[in-house]
Design a protein around this ligand. Structure first.
Ligand SMILES: C[S@@+](CC[C@H](N)C(=O)[O-])C[C@H]1O[C@@H](n2cnc3c(N)ncnc32)[C@H](O)[C@@H]1O
Length: 391
């Protein structure tokens, strides 16, 4: 039981802030303030950086403090902490792409995007309370780091569309899914299926909706740029650069991880496998300088692995989409192809065990369960980057 009270928590916060400020000062990095919107200088993904450690600690302490000060009736309230109400609409209405870099009045913006001025004002004003856009004057908005990143990156907008447009509506149907199929491990028995009125598992269903499938693939490639998901962790924890090795990236999406591996390891050969409609996109996204080292192959990972004798079979962010029954099938399908000494590298989310991590980390890890193929059973997978020798 955590018995820290407001005062001890606040003292800890002050100490951590001083340490972070000192660290930033020594690196010549300005302290963040709201003066010019949120600067993104602290978004470092370096796992060993003091700034990142201090930032994560502070976010945890501040969340605890806020929850201690919140009326209990509001803790689970849907209105609280819900930026999606305005941000999803702003993404879908293409406001970010059309927002002038120097800022704008709502009137000019409404004319530019041909939308109702009043509604736009309400959406923008709500988003600004989450520091996505800054209301500099009653009728004049400028960028923050949060709105700029959405403006400049199609991948980030795709990530929002998947999180808010696919995950959240599916999550709202979890209770119905559980009521209909209590013990099911089948991918088509999910809240997402009820929401989308389909019996097809999510990836099969997406194949019939090319625009949504493309958004999903773009979101996944952007995801690798979010703090904590950098492919650098993979490079740091597995010797991809040692010799002429062949890596099969199973369920490798549009090849963004293979691009990074090939860029960093000059002797590596990669084969990216995914569903046919994803492979079509992947082929178009391949840079010319990597064409002789990355190949693509449509492959259903529930069928026997067609590439025999590779050195590494990589499954990055694949198994967490599936119930244990299907995760096992995906791994079993690799076995006939494995030569002695072959490695299967799993790079996926870890669900912290009891007492192992701050609840914010657990919340982030558990959020992913609410979507796609197995949102109605509890994820029992518990892993990090491992090297599993199946020889
Ligand atoms: C969560 S994404 C991960 C993509 C990529 N590995 C990454 O780390 O960004 C899961 C991937 O599995 C692919 N996938 C789903 N079902 C598949 C199947 N039956 N065979 C092959 N790939 C599949 C999806 O198309 C998607 O690209």
């Amino acid at each position: 039981m955590d018995r820290a009270n407001l005062t001890t928590r606040a003292t800890e916060i002050a100490e951590a802030v001083h340490s972070l400020a000192g660290d930033l000062l020594s690196q010549g990095i300005p302290e963040p303030s709201f003066e010019h919107g949120l600067p993104d200088v602290l978004q470092t993904d370096a796992p060993d950086s003091n700034a990142l450690t201090a930032r994560i600690k502070l976010l945890g302490l501040l969340d605890e403090l806020r929850d201690l000060l919140t009326d209990p009736a509001l803790l689970g309230s849907p209105e609280l902490r819900n930026p999606s109400m305005s941000i999803l609409a702003l993404v879908r209405l293409k406001i970010f792409e059309n927002f002038p870099s120097a800022g704008t009045t709502i009137k000019d913006l409404a004319e530019r995007v041909n939308r109702n001025e009043n509604i736009l004002r309400r959406l923008m004003s709500h988003a600004a309370t989450y520091h996505v856009f800054f209301q500099e004057k009653p009728d004049f908005f400028i960028h923050t780091a949060g709105s700029r990143i959405l403006t400049e990156n199609e991948g980030m907008r795709s990530w929002m569309l998947v999180g808010l447009g696919e995950t959240m509506p599916g999550a709202l149907k979890i209770a119905e899914a559980v009521s209909q199929n209590n013990d099911s491990e089948e991918p088509e028995h999910s809240g997402w299926n009820i929401q989308n009125n389909t019996d097809l598992p999510v990836f099969q269903a997406l194949a019939t909706m090319p625009e949504r499938a493309m958004i999903f693939a773009k979101a996944m490639s952007w995801h690798a740029q979010l703090p904590g998901y950098s492919p650098q962790y993979l490079l740091d924890h597995f010797p991809f650069g040692s010799g002429d090795i062949t890596v099969v990236d199973v369920g490798g999406g549009i090849g963004h991880i293979a691009h990074v591996l090939a860029d960093h390891c000059p002797t590596i050969q990669c084969i990216v496998q995914d569903r046919p409609e994803v492979i079509l996109q992947a082929e178009q996204a391949l840079p010319a300088n990597l064409q002789d080292r990355i190949r693509f192959q449509p492959h259903d990972f529930f069928q026997d692995q067609p590439v025999h004798g590779a050195d590494v079979y990589l499954l990055r962010h694949v198994l967490h989409d599936w119930s244990n029954k299907y995760a096992r099938k995906i791994l079993q399908a690799l076995i006939p192809a494995l030569k002695p000494g072959a490695k299967v590298v799993l790079n996926d989310r870890i669900i912290p065990g009891y007492g192992e991590a701050h609840y914010l980390k657990k919340r982030e890890a558990r959020l992913v369960l609410n979507f796609k193929n197995n949102p109605i059973s509890h994820c029992t997978m518990h892993f990090d980057v491992h090297h599993i020798d199946l020889s």
